[in-house]
Ligand binder design. Sequence first.
Ligand code: SF4
Ligand code: SF4
Length: 352
Amino acid sequence: MQDWARELGFSQIGVSGVDLSSCEDGLLQWLQAGFHGSMDYMAAHGLKRARPAELVPGTVSVITARMDYLPAATPADWQAVEWARLERPQEAIISVYDRGRDYHKVLRSRLQKLAERIAQEVGPLGHRAFTDSAPVMEAELARRSGQGWRGKHTLVLNRDAGSTFFLGEIYVDMALPETAPVTAHCGSCSSCIDACPTGAIVAPYRVDARRCISYLTIEHDGSIPLELRPLMANRIYGCDDCQLACPWNKFAQRSPLPDFDVRGAMVGSTLVQLFSWDEATFLRCTEGSPIRRIGHVRWLRNIAVALGNALHATGLGADEQHAIRSALQARAAHDSSVVREHVQWALAQGNA
Ligand code: SF4
Ligand code: SF4
């Protein structure tokens, strides 16, 4: 199975059982604390996440898969390269894993192919593939099946690959031998907790999604809490900081697939350039990209916050300040009240 998986671009596959009952208390506590924010689907699925056979009746095993995502051209000092972007407040930062083709599409079709290949070998196999899907406890399934251990930032970490990989799962109706978990290696490190710009890792292994920039820029609809906006700096889609700070990511791996290669404007563009996209341009430039799913309004909202932060940053010349103000003013009467409100906030940052 490992060879077939590798041919499809996966780095490792494993098998987990379906008894996740020991996670149910933790899941309920996380939901009760409200840490899922406005991701109502998380609460709506409730314990189904911890009960694979309730989600897909007949499931007795879960095949887990891991796919490295660093683009092939990623330099050896990639963490330093990414940190440096924060020193350039006019540059738009899109998280590393969102710069190429939509990983949901890449993984789902390849998981499907893997399931079909396995069925050829073992006979008819009821299966359903998931990736980054709300009703699946994917990090926990990955941990149990030996893909890695849970870091204090809650992502899965692998000794040979750090944390820069996507996870996928295939729920199957055939009992397969389980693969063993690995030991954890965070030790006394707390670099991810210290690096998080918003304090979203409220305790080791506990993330309050409501404070997480990935959640705020991608999942969250509507207004972004005022106190968190300055902390977002120039991150307009996702956040990598807890992973950039992690010492295990010196072992991060490049993808063998071209799908995750960086697309056009997703690296090195200025905030003003990306803010100038009208909806048609946004849709065209994000075709096949995961970014498209947030829509044009959230795109503008996120960039408006970053423009406000750039206006507030030191070292900007008069011309640069003028360009940012003009870009914001051009959106001041936008149809969306969310965009208008964030633009007003951004303009006020120049005076703050
Ligand atoms: S993604 Fe960013 S904001 Fe979210 S927990 Fe990690 S460092 Fe914090
Ligand atoms: S930064 Fe340190 S504590 Fe956080 S996940 Fe990495 S090794 Fe673990």
